[in-house]
Design a protein around this ligand. Structure first.
Ligand SMILES: *Cc1c(COP(=O)(O)O)cnc(C)c1O
Length: 393
């Protein structure tokens, strides 16, 4: 097995028995898989989770190749694939809880994660307490006798607080509580949750790992006792990603390293320009000191991606239309992690309960793509001119 990340990205999952000597693991589409004999049927029923053809819902070499590559990158015992990132988040949680439990979820969590906790988990008599993402070791004070899981997301994908994962994991382990992290922002290239003692690392591969805004897919990689629980729950829920989406994601994975380098560099250039803009109150980018948890990021992470936010000095959310409506390169839309730049006004106060969001003006989330950063800055400059004229500053 390769030790260096860029090599792992190229070699991961490309077993000859799956590729048959061609470069890319091909798309094997299947529902029914045919057995050679009754003896083989019996043998495969005995271990349906093994990587042999059994039934389409258990995957084909297309999905196994991606699972294996991600398992290696995450340093996991195994990886399950899902038809979306949120299916990976919810199944990871379900695999570690039962009725009557209490769980802790960071207040900075991705909004659909909150909705799942407040909806389905609540209906299953599982109580969720949201916590301040920056509380670190003090999370110990929130752990109750029936607390089973702590969910972290670092940094939050809207407000970018970097969490002290080692401190949270230490407190969790002390009390026998399991931990999950949504690692979509960092990808396994910039942060490896399992190396820090997290039990399940979730990636919305829809974002950077796929990298081209054309597939919906999630992964959950686990280590230790959490792996079998995750695998069992994903099977019971009937989750499997389509081979086409797995294929696109494997293809995206090969260039993740070079893409992330450029997303990182371009985002740092654009963020530095924004930091000096008179309309910008704060740059919420973990590599900048304005960002809560910046020191934790500097200690634990190997890099930063193309996603960050800015807080404006004045104006309201409706005013931001003047800025975002006529952009040439920055487009407006959900998701991120593709090659293209995006801009999105989003008000965090709609998604918080444990902490209060305070800001003088609206928040804009930016995804910096692979365009030339000078062109992106020119686009933003024109947008800020429109905004400044509109709010009359
Ligand atoms: C997008 C996203 C998800 C969900 O991924 P989908 O594939 O859109 O379901 C989960 N967590 C984070 C942090 C995300 O940004």
């Amino acid at each position: 097995m390769a030790d260096n990340e860029d090599t792992k990205l190229v070699t991961g999952g490309r077993r000859k028995e799956w590729t048959h000597g061609i470069v890319n693991p091909p798309v094997y589409r299947a529902s029914t898989c045919l057995f050679d004999s009754y003896a083989q049927l019996r043998e495969r029923i005995a271990d349906p989770s093994a990587k042999h053809l059994f039934y389409g819902r258990k995957g084909t070499p297309t999905q196994w190749a991606l699972e294996e590559a991600l398992t290696e990158l995450e340093g996991a015992d195994g990886t399950m694939l899902f038809p979306s990132g949120i299916a990976a988040v919810t199944t990871a949680i379900l695999s570690l809880v039962k009725a009557g439990d209490h769980i802790l979820i960071t207040d900075s969590a991705y909004e659909p994660t909150r909705t799942f906790a407040n909806g389905m988990l609540k209906a299953m008599n599982i109580e969720t307490q949201f916590y301040d993402p920056l509380l670190g070791a003090d999370i110990a004070n929130l752990i109750q006798p029936n607390t089973s899981v702590i969910v972290t997301e670092s940094p939050g994908s809207l407000t970018f607080e970097v969490q002290d994962i080692p401190a949270i994991v230490a407190a969790a382990k002390e009390k026998g509580v399991s931990t999950i992290t949504d690692n979509t922002w960092a990808t396994p290239l910039f942060f490896k949750p399992l190396e820090h003692g997290i039990d399940i690392s979730v990636e919305a591969c829809t974002k950077y790992i796929g990298g081209h805004s054309d597939s919906m897919i999630g992964s959950a990689s686990a280590k230790g006792p959490a792996w079998k629980k995750l695998q069992r729950t994903a099977f019971q829920m009937g989750h499997m990603v389509s081979p086409d989406d797995a294929f696109l994601t494997s293809r995206g994975l090969r260039t993740l390293g070079v893409r992330m380098k450029t997303h990182q560099e371009n985002a740092l250039v654009v963020a530095a320009w924004l930091k000096k803009h008179p309309m910008v109150e704060k740059v919420l980018h973990p590599a900048f000191e304005d960002c809560p948890g910046h020191a934790t990021w500097a200690r634990d992470f190997k890099g930063s991606c193309g996603l960050f936010a800015i807080v404006l000095k004045e104006g309201s959310y409706p005013d931001t239309a003047a800025l975002v409506d006529d952009m040439k390169l920055f487009k407006m839309g959900f998701s991120w992690g593709g090659y293209e730049s995006l801009i999105l006004p989003s008000d965090p106060s709609n998604f918080r309960t444990a902490t209060k969001w305070q800001a003088p003006g609206p928040l804009l989330r930016l995804h910096i793509g692979l365009e030339d950063p000078d062109d992106l800055i020119a686009d933003l400059e024109a947008g800020f001119d429109r905004y400044t004229r509109h709010v009359g500053a």
